[in-house]
Design a protein around this ligand. Structure first.
Ligand SMILES: [Zn+2]
Length: 270
């Protein structure tokens, strides 16, 4: 572990990875306490918590002695002042209980891969991904850094300077070719070695807005009602294909949505 010493704000921020942008968690890159908090010698005082120093810099004063720098994001190593507030240990415990009830169980390994790839490929924000996948920004942050869902793989960005997989010129060429009807999303995905979901986000302008080119009109996002789900299950039980089920449900329902509702087909036995 590198022992960190900082006397100035510049020295302090040099030890914080802010590459994720203003909304992301900012990991402390040097020594950590056993509990995961960044630790440093700050202006001559040993064993200071990095998150506490980050908040005091933002506030322009010391944290009150009976209070602490509480994390909204539950990542003790995070030094983003936007994720910190001066509060009591009791408030901290309440925050942690709340964060634990944030439901990320609705995500699957396939969706986590999509999220990581979309984030690695484009300029989509963590907030936009959070909204798209119905989770909190802090969940996205921990997914794209590889702190959660470690077993899934896919591109993660533990440190700054991770290369982008695509260029602005690639994106522009994709949009032009797709609008002209000369390629399918699947072909684009194969050519560039990314997922179709990523291509879809690019074509809809959800990512890479600065690259320009023709943007595909958005279909209203499909949500299954309880009746839809019952229909899907009944059609599935009757042996219908997912694409046919999606077509019959209509209103923009896709076969991948049907897959998410029904889950993978059990392997036939016997
Ligand atoms: Zn954070």
């Amino acid at each position: 572990m590198t022992k960190a010493t900082a006397k100035t704000e510049e020295e302090f921020w040099a030890a914080v990875d802010r590459s994720g942008g203003p909304g992301a968690c900012w990991p402390w890159t040097r020594g950590r306490h056993a509990a995961g908090y960044g630790a440093l010698s700050w202006r001559g005082k040993q064993g200071q918590l990095a998150s506490r120093v980050a908040l005091s810099i933002k506030l322009g004063r010391e944290i009150l002695s009976e209070l602490q720098a509480n994390h909204l994001c539950n990542n003790p190593w995070c030094c983003n002042p936007a994720h910190l507030y001066e509060g009591t240990p009791k408030q901290n415990a309440q925050d942690m209980a709340k964060a634990e009830t944030t439901n990320t169980t609705k995500l699957t390994a396939a969706l986590v891969l999509e999220i990581r790839e979309a984030y690695a490929v484009g300029d989509v924000t963590q907030e936009a991904l959070a909204e798209r996948y119905g989770v909190e920004q802090v969940n996205i942050s921990s997914i794209v850094r590889g702190d959660s869902w470690q077993h899934v793989g896919g591109p993660t960005r533990p440190s700054k300077g991770a290369p982008r997989l695509l260029t602005t010129a690639d994106v522009l060429a994709m949009r032009v070719a797709y609008a002209a009807g000369v390629v399918t999303q699947r072909q684009l995905a194969e050519k560039h070695g990314v997922r179709q979901a990523t291509i879809c986000m690019i074509l809809l302008g959800d990512t890479w807005s600065e690259a320009g080119g023709p943007i595909q009109p958005k279909r209203p996002r499909f949500y299954a009602t309880e009746a839809d789900v019952r229909c899907m299950k009944a059609m599935d039980a009757a042996g219908e294909l997912r694409t046919d089920i999606a077509k019959k449900i209509g209103r923009g329902c896709t076969s991948s949505y049907v897959l998410r509702v029904l889950g993978p087909k059990p392997t036939p036995t016997g």
